[in-house]
Write a protein that binds this ligand. Structure first.
Ligand code: FES
Length: 186
């Protein structure tokens, strides 16, 4: 598979997201600044859907390959949609020392996704981030913008329960202790 294929994967965007890309790109003309367009679309839509990349290319008069070349050069761009709930696990130095990797692994197991991914129902996305500025609370996870400190695998489970994971990702909902993934066909 090409890098482009890997980065765009199978996610398709919702009609309203496509509409938002079109509205955002209305401010750009042929030959316009590609990086600025990518930033504007991601700010508006939250990620860069494959269908949106076509619109960007057509509007600026460049090839899709060029659009992907620039977009994949920077880490700031997302090629999967953000979840409605955003889980960010700090892996800055203090959190790394305090075994933040164990916390990240706990989230991965419970959500059934890797970092940089979103659950198929778009409910949760999981990311690794650098220091979020509260090292005294290490290891830290940020849930929907709220920092949770002194994390343990048990507190990952606790947060899942607290956030009402009625769909089966919470520990109490599984018989074998593993996550039960939601999917697009549920
Ligand atoms: S390193 Fe995690 S909050 Fe600073």
């Amino acid at each position: 598979m090409t890098e482009q294929g890997e980065r765009t994967n199978a996610w398709s965007c919702a009609p309203e997201e496509l509409e938002a890309v079109g509205k955002t790109m209305a401010a750009f003309a042929e030959g316009g600044n590609l990086t600025a367009a990518l930033i504007a679309v991601q700010q508006e839509v939250g990620w860069l859907p494959a269908e949106g990349m076509k619109i960007i290319a057509a509007k600026l008069g460049v090839s899709e390959t060029t659009v992907y070349s620039v977009a994949t050069f920077y880490n700031r761009f997302r090629f999967v949609p953000p979840g409605r709930r955003q889980i960010s696990v700090c892996m800055g130095t203090a959190c790394h020392v305090k075994r933040g990797n164990i916390i990240l692994d706990s989230w991965k197991r419970r959500l059934g996704i890797n970092e940089g991914e979103t659950t198929p129902d778009r409910e949760y996305s999981l990311d690794r981030v650098d220091c979020v500025g509260c090292c005294a609370m290490a290891p830290v996870t940020v849930v929907d913008g709220e920092a949770k400190g002194k994390m343990t695998p048990a507190s990952v489970d606790g947060l899942l329960v607290q956030h009402g994971l009625e769909d089966g990702r919470g520990p109490a909902a599984t018989e074998n202790g593993g996550p039960e993934r939601g999917n697009k066909d549920d």
